[in-house]
Design a binder for this molecule. Structure first.
Ligand SMILES: *[C@@H]1O[C@H](CO)[C@@H](O)[C@H](O)[C@H]1NC(C)=O
Ligand SMILES: *[C@@H]1O[C@H](CO)[C@@H](O)[C@H](O)[C@H]1NC(C)=O
Ligand SMILES: *[C@@H]1O[C@H](CO)[C@@H](O)[C@H](O)[C@H]1NC(C)=O
Ligand SMILES: *[C@@H]1O[C@H](CO)[C@@H](O)[C@H](O)[C@H]1NC(C)=O
Ligand SMILES: *[C@@H]1O[C@H](CO)[C@@H](O)[C@H](O)[C@H]1NC(C)=O
Ligand SMILES: [Ca+2]
Ligand SMILES: [Ca+2]
Ligand SMILES: [Ca+2]
Length: 610
């Protein structure tokens, strides 16, 4: 009897430990490459977008030496990315991928820029693989291209009809807008007005590669155009009044560094100081070999050096990687921004290489931290987190943010360079911040009656409202735990070329603020709509339809349970189970004892009777 009891107790203890362990172990594994990519072991991550309108972001991959474009569909069970339709080329390779709706049928299409396999020229042929109700309809490379560009084009919506348009240089080097229509006819071509040129009347040529962007820079909720030339960034303000001139030149921002011995990286835009404006963040090397690297941030007037320390704890000096023309990811010095630690301030992911000791290359997280000794008026800087992406990252050449588990926490896709090519890796962000977030997606708002109705797993009829939209500006206000006002802003998809790898949504980290989001404003085309008192940890899908009547814009809200709530539920469930088990054990024990007693009684009775 005693023996039996101890064995059972030991089992009980083991079981309890198991339950407790179960609720903690899943927060430990960072390398989720197998759970995410399954058997996809090769390829270049080229762009993101929800191709099949199931609200899970899909990944556009280039495989087989950039000759195959394949969609990996997002899923909510392992593997989280699953092979979807693909298009392949025999004589060409793909250099750029832009997902978007280029014919206004509310279904996502995929634009590609391709070039002949052997060519080193930067004139690209542009094709669109049209999205149909059953998937992707590849356009053959034997057909005439829709247009040709010099350098990679930028996606924007020139005429605000929610059909995505392009901006870039045509094959003769002229600045051109290509305006797509609500049918698959060749796009309307429009040349950009010349910027004022001063005395020497030569139009400054657009730099290739460039960091051109489509975002609201003056806060009027009209997306502006940011154009990179050799010495300047030109800012063209978007204009809604004059139907003929949709962007009007306003000013330039000087980006020249004395001499010619420097490398400019790709400018990225983020709300660096959490003040509700987008700052230009610019990685630069003061020498061609990048031996002196730093990051400049534009404070509205000037670029300021924020003096990032690139010396690791072992005293090894690191630097940016000088541009490598033949490498898909290292062609430009690119920073990708996202809020990794959910404190509201955008962090960066960048690739560095060693300057001293054995040559190594690795992708790191650069965290946005307060800085007391920085160039005033800036109050923040970036700090390289040498171990944040461990254990991954031997020979990684690029990184991009991506939310694998749809839980509002940005994870990271890393690209490892092997002797055979590129391999995507998945890093799960498990730092247990229990911070809050708001995730916002702005769609084109287009609907198509001919599309088949989709149903959710529960059978509810699901409406879809279009796809990726470049340019809308999103701002929010909230109150922190200390009672201070916090505001932030973001622009959806301002850049689409040169592997900008931007997500078609915004995740705002709200820190540990358990409060409501006081207000959230979404604006595009001079129109904006304000939503107040939103629940944190929710996903908001904004449908700006009709575009000129913001009062009728819709916001669909999905609440994601916080990690803390999930943990509480698990813990509560575990406790209940343990209690039930204890009761069961006691019950069985009592039953047994009863039985034994009865047996003894019977025995005694029997004995007595004798
Ligand atoms: C591709 O296009 C053709 C002709 O427009 C159409 O018949 C076919 O259904 C399309 N395929 C897919 C997968 O959408
Ligand atoms: C730039 O825009 C501001 C504000 O819209 C305006 O006041 C200014 O005149 C513009 N400058 C030029 C050169 O157009
Ligand atoms: C890097 O360049 C900047 C600007 O020219 C200069 O101020 C700084 O001293 C340089 N740093 C090193 C380590 O050479
Ligand atoms: C990375 O490389 C180092 C040295 O080559 C090696 O010791 C380490 O095991 C590697 N790490 C991984 C995760 O492959
Ligand atoms: C949105 O609403 C908040 C709170 O009512 C207000 O402070 C803010 O100015 C509004 N923003 C816009 C753009 O109307
Ligand atoms: Ca999807
Ligand atoms: Ca389409
Ligand atoms: Ca358009």
């Amino acid at each position: 009897m005693f023996q039996y009891n101890t064995v059972f107790n030991r089992k009980l203890v083991l079981f309890t430990v198991f339950i407790v362990a179960l609720s903690f172990t899943h927060t430990k594994a960072n390398d989720v490459t197998n759970q995410v990519f399954g058997n996809v072991k090769e390829g270049i991550v080229a762009a993101f977008g929800d191709f099949n309108s199931d609200e899970l972001t899909d990944v556009f991959m280039l495989k087989d030496r950039q000759q195959i474009l394949q969609i990996l569909y997002g899923a909510d069970t392992d593997p989280l990315l699953r092979s979807g339709p693909y298009c392949h080329y025999t004589d060409y390779k793909i250099v750029s991928v832009i997902p978007g709706d280029f014919d206004g049928d509310a279904l996502m299409d995929v634009l590609v820029a391709i070039k002949p396999l052997t060519s080193s020229d930067n004139v690209y042929r542009i094709y669109i693989h049209w999205g149909g109700p059953e998937g992707l309809n590849c356009t053959s490379e034997k057909e005439e291209p829709l247009l040709k560009t010099k350098g990679e084009p930028l996606a924007l919506d020139f005429n605000r009809d929610m059909v995505i348009d392009l901006y870039g240089l045509n094959e003769f080097g002229e600045r051109t807008f290509w305006i797509f229509q609500k049918s698959r006819v060749p796009p309307q071509v429009r040349h950009q007005a010349n910027p004022p040129t001063g005395e020497n009347s030569v139009v400054p040529s657009m730099r290739i590669p460039n960091a051109n962007a489509y975002l609201d820079m003056n806060g009027d909720f009209v997306a502006d155009l940011f154009v990179q030339t050799d010495k300047f960034y030109e800012v063209w303000y978007g204009c809604t009044e004059d139907p003929m001139e949709d962007f009007i030149f306003n000013h330039t921002i000087d980006n020249s560094i004395v001499g010619s011995d420097y490398n400019l990286g790709q400018a990225v835009f983020a709300d660096f100081e959490l003040e509700g404006v987008e700052n230009i963040i610019l990685p630069v090397c003061f020498h061609k070999d990048c031996s002196n690297s730093t990051i400049l941030v534009h404070d509205g007037r000037n670029f300021r050096d924020i003096h990032v320390n690139f010396k690791d704890p072992q005293a090894v000096m690191w630097s940016f990687v000088p541009p490598i023309e033949e490498d898909a990811y290292l062609k430009t010095i690119t920073a990708r921004s996202g809020d990794f630690n959910m404190d509201g301030y955008p962090d960066l992911i960048m690739t560095l290489q060693t300057l001293t000791g054995p040559k190594r290359m690795q992708t790191f997280l650069l965290e946005n931290i307060p800085c007391s000794m920085c160039n005033p008026p800036l109050k923040r800087t970036f700090e390289v987190k040498w171990n944040a992406l461990n254990p991954m990252g031997n020979n990684t050449v690029a990184g991009a943010f991506y939310d694998f588990y749809q839980d509002g926490v940005l994870d990271v896709i890393l690209i490892e360079k092997t002797n055979k090519g590129y391999r995507p890796l998945a890093f799960r962000n498990t730092l247990d911040y229990d911070a809050n977030f708001v995730k916002v997606i702005v769609l084109t708002g287009l609907i198509n009656k001919k599309n088949p109705t989709l149903h959710t797993p529960l059978g509810r009829k699901k409406r879809t409202y279009g796809t990726n939209l470049p340019g809308p500006r999103i701002t929010y206000f909230t109150t922190t735990q200390e009672g201070d006002l916090q505001r932030g802003s973001s622009v959806q998809l301002p850049q689409s070329s040169y592997f900008a790898l931007q997500l078609p949504y915004t995740i705002f980290g709200l820190g540990r603020t358990p409060n409501f989001v006081d207000s959230l404003t979404v604006g595009l085309g001079h129109m904006s709509r304000n939503w107040t008192q939103l629940i944190p940890n929710s996903q908001i899908i904004v449908v700006p339809k009709p575009v000129d009547d913001p009062q009728r814009w819709k916001a669909q809200l999905f609440v994601t349970p916080s990690k803390l709530i999930v943990m509480s539920v698990v813990a509560l469930g575990g406790t209940c189970l343990v209690i039930v088990l204890i009761i069961l054990v006691l019950y069985i024990k009592e039953k047994r004892e009863d039985k034994q007693e009865k047996l003894q009684e019977a025995h005694r009775f029997h004995f007595d009777a004798m």
